[in-house]
Design a protein around this ligand. Sequence first.
Ligand code: ASP
Length: 337
Amino acid sequence: MNRRKFIKNASLTGVGLSVSSSALSCANSTESKPEQDETKTAMIIDKTKFPKAICTWGFVSANAKAGEELAKGTKALDAAIAGVAVEEENIKNTTVGKGGAPDREGNVTLDACVMDSNGDCGAVLYVENITNVAALAKKVMEDTPHVILAGNGAEEFAYSQGFKKEKLLTEASEKAWEKWKESPEYKPIINIENHDTIGMLCIDKDGDIAGACTTSGLSYKMKGRVGDSPIIGSGLFIDNEVGGAVATGMGEEVLKTVGSFLIVELMRNGMSPQKACEEAIGRIVSKNDRYKDFQIAYIAMNKAGDIGSYCIHKGFTYMKYENATNENVKVDFFNKA
Ligand code: ASP
């Protein structure tokens, strides 16, 4: 049976519909019509606005790489994986991939997930000695009967797929960790000045959406800790009929509200990406005042290519590639106090 290519009526709130002479309707008449539903209308897609790539924080080169791949015709998921790999391999980045900050015991453990336009997904948790964990998550998705592999199992699977063993703890990260141990106070506060997890969403030339999310997690976390980033629905969620969302920041709080899935569901119900991100942050900050101690940020893109983003505290930005231009966008925030 054909999948429904409808979203709820845009008039509920203002989903931005983009129409041009070359506009293509998502509710294409060549497919058999789903049963009538008066509350739903077709979203109009203007493919001339594609491709697009967005990613969390100011990861200029990573987003540019994704944009370059998309412009060449690379499919959304491969473009996103190529983009985030730039940061996984950047040893100066202490929050993603090789060079990432270790846990309290000095182990660098990486988490990543990917999701494609078919709704397929893969994830790896708590992986040591492998740099390109987003690519590894794709291998899990494609070459195993599972969605998630963790720890040693993920690492062994990586070697069987030709990934090379690398020491992820760099001299600089080790030095910083040694310094931290001098007064090992664990303050799991996301430093909003620092670059954190990279989450990326891509729409390719065909209008298909996919995403990747990869991180070394919180610096000096407890051994064994895994955050939101590799958890489908929390760190990343894609529905090719609706759009996608990714998160960065205090993973424990994103997990409690299944943030990225929530945003996609809100968009499905007619919210713009911007309003959906605001609502997802609202679910967190409305519970209690603890939000003052942590940062969380979301970025989202719907099927029409409209983008939204919102965060708790000042300081979050995202990268946007569109019309062959890569720019850094400042994001509005909740805590204006
Ligand atoms: N979300 C990540 C985690 O909790 C951290 C981050 O984005 O910096 O592991």
